[in-house]
Design a protein around this ligand. Structure first.
Ligand code: NAG
Ligand code: NAG
Ligand code: NAG
Length: 306
């Protein structure tokens, strides 16, 4: 062994490779090998990094050692040309460069790893944030769904509220009613009263339930001067087709009438019915001559503004 400036480790290594033919260590290989290291470094967890770095360094130096060993071994077998001598002189510089390049490569790898990890942290934070926002949205959507459901339940009421009656008519149980309370409305026969109602898009009122009777007479009691003789109010009921068979305007036969005691009596060919402001609400009807003039009650469907 005549190679200059080499330590014992080098000599031992060359002994093991004595029988193999090694080409001179090509510097261009360093670059590609470094790339392989860089890629694998990125996959290594941070904690193991220093150990791996040392291992990499050891392996790189080992490879360089082996190559150089073979190289110099070859040199000893042949004649040393001036070129060979020059190459040998440059070897320490070459080794130093290699060492520096490896160090630089590792530093770069470390930097890249640090940057990858910090960007990973950022991504995690964003992901967490996104999840939280999604939960918030879900809560909001649930609340909106509840609000919509509650609004839906109010819808019939709102639509009902939008329905309205003309001035002078009152809305009761989704029906518009007109009571001819005012003096100026005057008195009319049953037929003229019905004409009035029809002219306003309705007809004489039908009182075909206890609730309607109750509500109608209550309104009369609240609006009539009970100290004066009571006014009768025409309703849409008559027995002109067949005496004693009372029918509503559409021909339906009366089922339950709220007649005063002793009525209807057909006393004077009385074929039309009227309701009075009687305190006994369910005994408030009387039959009367259709040609007599009285007040009246109309009903009609509310108009919808929607
Ligand atoms: C070290 O790297 C430089 C460029 O980065 C290159 O020119 C040089 O050949 C490398 N040296 C060795 C010994 O690999
Ligand atoms: C009549 O209507 C009133 C509410 O306006 C109610 O309190 C009363 O119980 C009703 N009477 C009958 C007999 O239905
Ligand atoms: C006729 O009018 C009565 C009283 O309003 C009502 O109960 C009945 O359903 C009506 N019949 C028809 C066929 O419209």
């Amino acid at each position: 062994m005549s190679g200059p400036n080499f330590d014992g480790g080098f000599d031992i290594l060359t002994c093991e490779d004595d029988n193999e033919e090694h080409p001179p260590y090509p510097p261009s290989n360093h670059g590609s090998r470094s790339n392989v290291w860089r890629v694998s470094m990125l996959n290594v967890a941070r904690g193991n990094l220093s150990a791996v770095v040392l291992a990499v360094l050891a392996v790189v130096l080992l490879i360089v050692d082996i190559s150089l060993g073979a190289h110099y071994n070859n040199l000893t077998d042949t004649h040393l040309t001036a070129e060979d001598v020059e190459q040998i002189r440059s070897e320490p510089t070459f080794l130093e460069d290699s060492s520096k390049n490896v160090t630089t490569t590792m530093q770069e790898a470390q930097k890249q790893l640090d940057s990858e990890m910090s960007s990973q942290k950022e991504t995690n934070w964003e992901l967490e944030h996104q999840n939280k926002r999604q939960t918030d949205y879900k809560v909001q959507i649930d609340k909106m769904k509840k609000d919509i459901a509650s609004m839906r339940t109010h819808l019939p009421m709102i639509v009902g509220g939008c329905r309205h009656c003309p001035p002078g008519w009152i809305l009761m149980n989704s029906v518009c009613y007109y009571y001819s309370f005012s003096e100026s409305a005057g008195l009319k026969t049953w037929n003229k009263a019905r004409d009035f109602c029809k002219m306003h898009g309705g007809d004489l009122a039908v009182i075909d339930s206890k609730d309607k009777e109750n509500a109608t007479v209550k309104i009369l009691l609240n609006n009539e001067d009970l100290s004066k003789p009571l006014n009768g109010f025409w309703i849409g009921l008559r027995d002109s087709d067949q005496e004693g068979t009372w029918k509503w305007l559409n021909g339906t036969v009366l089922v339950e009438g709220y007649w005063n005691d002793g009525e209807p009596n057909d006393a004077n060919d009385e074929d039309c019915a009227a309701v009075y402001a009687k305190k006994n609400i369910f005994k408030a009807w009387n039959d009367f001559t259709c040609g007599a003039t009285m007040k009246w009650i109309c009903e009609k469907t509310p108009t919808s503004t929607s």
